[in-house]
Design a protein around this ligand. Structure first.
Ligand code: SAM
Length: 215
């Protein structure tokens, strides 16, 4: 199952997948080549016990209002494994934090701390460095293309920006515009400009599911 499947951008096409997604708007954006999504939330998965091999959750766990309930549901429905692509709230978003303080902080971004996943079973965590030409538009995707953050349309696709105070965003955009215009951004972050990829806190979290501990 693909939880919080959205429009299905990362859904494997070589496996049988049950996408679960609460938003009708997102469901309508799914291409017809992908399986139709079942409407539902992670906290009450609309699937029977032990009915899938694995759970996939890409950039969605920070939207779940009750993560303990969602993790219990994953253990109920999935037999073997849960795979998350997420951001480590204890890591930084690199230079973006200098302009938009709070972007990586847990009070605003709500990304799960990595030890939260331990309730699922045996967990491994792998950094996922982002390529400089990352073609997706999530928060730190444009780390080497700073002009992109001046574009309101680009920021509108990043839920982390929506969680920040409007004044923090406006101040950061104004400072970034000024520093790009006078090239002080380029001198301050010169070491980044030739890097092909950068670790900006994204993580692949794989949990080999264990039965829930006895209470
Ligand atoms: C940033 S999108 C990611 C979509 C997709 N996984 C992807 O990577 O393209 C986050 C998704 O989580 C969904 N979502 C929000 N609250 C949820 C919940 N409680 N349970 C499951 N999904 C939820 C949203 O509707 C949205 O589609």
């Amino acid at each position: 199952m693909d939880i919080g499947a959205g429009s299905g951008s990362y859904e494997p096409t070589d496996l049988a997948v049950v996408p679960v997604e609460p938003s009708e708007l997102m469901i309508r954006q799914r291409p017809s080549s992908l399986p139709p999504a079942v409407r539902g939330v992670a906290e009450a998965l609309p699937l029977p016990d032990k009915s899938v091999d694995a759970a996939l959750a890409v950039l969605t766990a920070h939207h779940w209002p009750d993560r303990p309930a969602a993790f219990a549901e994953i253990r109920r429905v999935a037999r073997k494994r849960a795979v998350f692509f997420t951001h480590d709230p204890d890591a930084t978003f690199g230079w973006l934090d200098d302009y938009f303080p709070g972007l990586a902080g847990d009070t605003t971004s709500r990304y799960p701390r990595l030890d939260e996943f331990d309730v699922l079973g045996r967990v491994t965590v792998e950094p996922v460095p982002l390529p400089s030409d990352c073609s997706d538009g999530f928060t730190a995707a444009y780390w080497r293309r700073p002009d992109a953050y001046l574009d309101e349309g680009v920021r509108a696709n990043m839920s982390t920006f929506a969680l920040l105070d409007d004044r923090v965003v406006a101040d950061g955009v104004a400072r970034l515009a000024r520093d790009l215009a006078d090239r002080s951004w380029h001198s301050r972050y010169a070491s980044l400009l030739t890097l092909p990829q950068l670790d900006v806190g994204y993580r692949l979290v794989v949990a080999e599911l264990a039965p829930a501990p006895a209470t």
